[in-house]
Design a protein. Sequence first.
Length: 171
Amino acid sequence: MRFTGRIWRVGDNIDTDVIIAGRYLNTINPAELAVHVFEDLDPAFPARLQPGDVIVAGRNFGCGSSREHAPLALKAAGVACVVADSFARIFYRNAINIGLAIVEAPGAAAIFGEMDEAEIDLAGGRIRNLSTGNTLDVAPYPDFIQQIVRAGGLIPYVQAKVREMGVNPRP
């Protein structure tokens, strides 16, 4: 899996309330959540975000509550991938479960500036700043995680696997 996109930088300890404010948690509609991503950090951000963009963060991205709304909102807003020095474990798991590509890459924040272009190769374990030529090697995604993300999340992945076995899963 490979992604290319524009970089949006955020800092350390970006919690789920910053990603999607608590006042929007009365819905699980991805399209409704998408228009409010990072709204409290920058009210203009949701309108500037384009499909395929990449978020680059520092340490502990996605800390705070365990809600799935945060990675769901990012994915629905068109974020192709989130790259961070580290992730809160529950956010990491929720992101994979809903099919949002994320990469733990200590030092990534140091090689990217706002609006740089990035290429992220999950299978090959390489992040490249196309604007500067800087690269960073990271742990490649295991094949089964790539399959989950490619399928759109854990539920579609399992449904496809069950169908492959000749069983029709419930919708």
